[in-house]
Design a protein around this ligand. Sequence first.
Ligand code: ATP
Ligand code: MG
Length: 393
Amino acid sequence: MYQAFLIKYGEIGVKGKNRHIFEDTLVSQTANALKSVDGAFTVRKENGRIYAEAQAEFDFAETVEALTCVFGIVGICPVVLVEDEGFEKLAETVISYVQKAFPRHDVTFKVVTRRARKNYPMESMEVSAALGERLLEAFPQLKVDVHNPQITLHVEIRNKINLYSQVIPGPGGMPVGTAGRAMLLLSGGIDSPVAGYMIAKRGVKIDAVYFHAPPYTSERAKQKVVDLAKEIAKYAGPIRLHVVNFTEIQLYIYDKCPHDQLTIIMRRYMMKLAEHFAAEDEDLGLITGESIGQVASQTMQSMAVTNEVCTMPVYRPLIGFDKQDIVDIAQKIGTYETSILPFEDCCTIFVAKHPVTKPNLKSILKSETHLKERIEALFQEAVDTAQTIRVEA
Ligand code: ATP
Ligand code: MG
């Protein structure tokens, strides 16, 4: 029954020149999201609004699902487009719309009319009142409530007449591409996919890096990370995923450094490598899924020591979240089921029984001097052998 969607977006903080960038990006992100849907749409900006108009039959559920993944959208209104063939025809269409759109008729409603086309023969208030009357006749259970109605029926008189009442919530946030780009350290766990989602939601384009340790980590563990990137790409758009072989560096650290410092030193090299790829991709920061106190490597002391190698800002959107809060988001965005698949991660393979939880930077730096012979060559080799995959939803 619907022929178009009116797309509502938040305007707070989007002013001046940025507003155009925001709107144009939202138009192109919406068009991209609808490409994978069964149907054909044109997406356009009109009078400070965005419309996605169907050019042919389309799958309603699939279309709404695609639109709920576009950051920047706060509401999705399915719209019925009516040719203007006089008030009588309009009233009939409105009655049949209410019949189909609302299973229950013992509700309160009001009609809000906007006359964008001024040559329409009736005034807005007249149209609202006349349509209200016709609806009450057709559905005696309906009641008018102009202050707090359960249903607000919008009638907008444009070239065609637009009817809508339903607002399906969108994800909010900012359109991806309006806020620069950043490099996500993506593991197979629960946290980092959520961290990537949250930063992308603020309009940031995401690249990703995954460290694996073949043959200690399997091809299936890698596939799991590719699958997670695919799930994030549903919201964030195509992701450039760098898969970095970390085995030699890990073995070398294991060989040369105290085992209780392994994780910290390893994480420092992960950050350094991530920063290398981030610079290549022109990213403005790194993103991790860390949250204070979750594991030994995420104490304030550990993160300070890890952070010390970075020159780029490191964004940790989950820093103050409890695990359950993170799990809830993972479930909502659809990454949880993949994240809990039981494949090994390189971090857990060489982990010490009792890792330091309050590392001391001086002592870490001293241990790292034991790596000076080969670490630069190994670092370069990890860079040279990295594989880059373009991951699409
Ligand atoms: P996650 O659930 O994201 O795996 P975690 O709770 O397991 O996080 P850690 O293993 O300490 O925590 O990792 C902290 C962060 O470091 C991760 O959120 C991720 O951003 C990054 N990270 C960890 N392992 C890898 C990896 N193999 N490849 C890329 N990034 C990683
Ligand atoms: Mg992990």
